[in-house]
Design a protein around this ligand. Structure first.
Ligand code: RNT
Ligand code: ZN
Length: 422
């Protein structure tokens, strides 16, 4: 791509935004502060490394597609993520699930995992300058097969998962200590019921009890941030999810822990963007699982759509960038998986850049003056401003592929690496 042309386009964009009172250089600097936690599970369709033939099972979530090139082991998965990191500007984080431990071909039960199983991740992340986030894995396991884990009425099963999640917190805090950077440990469980249950109350009481046991140990805030993720429904849990929004919202507020909002986890007409300014009145920080639901919680690759724009705008307008932890959560096995990562990350970055390029004070003033047509017109006009030129310039200065260049680079990686995997 012609570098001079990109610079020229940026110079024009800079002038146009300056006319609106926006400094594009500053917007880029602010974008550099946005770290996105990359979910390791897009590279291998949420399989993990517990067994060589492991696959996502149950839990109400699903991967579709059989595109060639899935990462089959730790080396391939890391190689893929390293490739992804060369194709996006800025510094990111890596989000790992407990089933991605470095188990060295040994079978390690979930209630036996230890910090040492994740040492190679910490070393790898250190080398790459990445922060780490963590997740207990309460699915793809025989003890999750009957649909209840931490809220199970079967005490053996419940205990098993309590122990697993406790260990995950300990591991996460241990990693956070080593990196000197807090690790977000996000608890999501699949518990729920396909058909109308009678005893919702007891399952929720059991979940509360399990969480209280799990959180009985406290770790320094410099090492660990605890988070809980709610959901409206899942496949096979259409009638009730135990860890609903109300359940976890209450729990998070009462205990001042993070609430995770996955934008595939609400009714399609609800907007996560609208929830942020409410929740931040009551808790210090939130975690986002940025995803794209299509008709249901389908976990499609994130695109630059209205929903993600509103999420970024609301965070920026609320001046809450430091209080929001941003992670991606989607899994699409039907297209090139590296491409899925890169376009999703870029879409999320674009949404934040778009928000940073908004003349918010100007818009607020129109709103206060009740000039609602003018507010609407202005917001529409912002969609036609050259924010793409600003993003291109950011990529150029960060020395990563600009615009469609990244497509060609991924095609090359597919031909040279992914196609050769069996
Ligand atoms: C499932 C939740 C959860 C998972 C990951 C793999 O509906 O969104 O966050 O996607 O733990
Ligand atoms: Zn999620």
């Amino acid at each position: 791509m012609d570098k001079e042309l990109l610079k020229k386009a940026y110079a024009i964009a800079k002038e146009q935004y300056a006319g609106l009172g926006i400094d594009t250089d500053k917007a880029i600097e602010r974008l550099k502060e946005i770290k996105i936690s990359l979910h390791c599970w897009q590279a291998d369709d949420v399989s993990g490394f517990e067994r060589p033939d492991a696959e996502l099972g149950g839990g109400g979530i699903q991967v579709n597609g059989n595109y060639p090139g899935k990462a089959r082991n730790m080396a391939q998965l890391r190689q893929d993520i390293e490739k992804v990191l060369t194709l996006v500007p800025g510094r990111q984080r890596i989000n790992i699930h407990a089933i991605y431990g470095d188990f060295q071909n040994q079978h390690v039960e979930r209630d036996q995992i230890e910090l040492r199983h994740f040492q190679s991740w910490t070393d790898w992340a250190k080398k790459l300058g990445l922060g780490i986030d963590f997740n207990p894995t309460c699915f793809s396991h025989p003890f999750a097969d009957d649909g209840f884990t931490l809220s199970s009425k079967d005490e053996t099963i419940r205990r098993f998962w309590v122990e697993h999640v406790k260990r995950c917190r300990e591991i996460a805090a241990g990693i956070g200590k080593q990196l000197n950077d807090p690790v977000v440990n996000n608890i999501w469980i699949p518990d729920g019921s396909k058909d109308i249950p009678v005893d919702r109350f007891t399952h929720r009481a059991i979940l509360k009890k399990s969480l209280n046991e799990i959180f009985a140990i406290s770790y320094p805030a410099e090492y660990l941030k605890d988070s809980v993720e709610c959901k409206l429904f899942g496949i096979g849990s259409e009638a009730m999810v135990v860890g609903s929004h109300e359940f976890y919202m209450g729990y998070a507020v009462k205990n001042n822990i993070l609430l995770c909002l996955d934008n595939g986890h609400f009714h399609p007409t609800e907007q996560v963007g609208d929830k942020i300014s409410s929740i931040l009145q009551y808790i210090d920080e939130i975690l986002l699982h940025v995803s794209r639901g299509v008709r249901w919680d389908s976990d499609h690759v994130v695109t630059f759509n209205d929903e993600i724009q509103l999420i970024a705008q609301e965070i920026v307008r609320a001046n809450a960038v430091k209080r929001v932890n941003i992670a991606l959560d989607y899994f699409d096995g039907s297209i090139n998986r590296i491409g899925a990562y890169v376009s999703g990350i870029r879409a999320a970055q674009l949404a934040f850049l778009f928000a940073f390029l908004e003349p918010t004070e100007k818009l607020k003033k129109l709103e206060e003056e009740k000039k609602y047509f003018e507010r609407l017109a202005f917001m529409e006009l912002l969609k036609t401003k050259p924010f793409g030129a600003v993003y291109d310039y950011y990529c150029l200065t960060a020395d990563v592929a600009v615009g469609e260049q990244y497509i060609a680079e991924i095609q090359e990686y597919e031909a040279g690496v992914l196609k050769k995997r069996s």
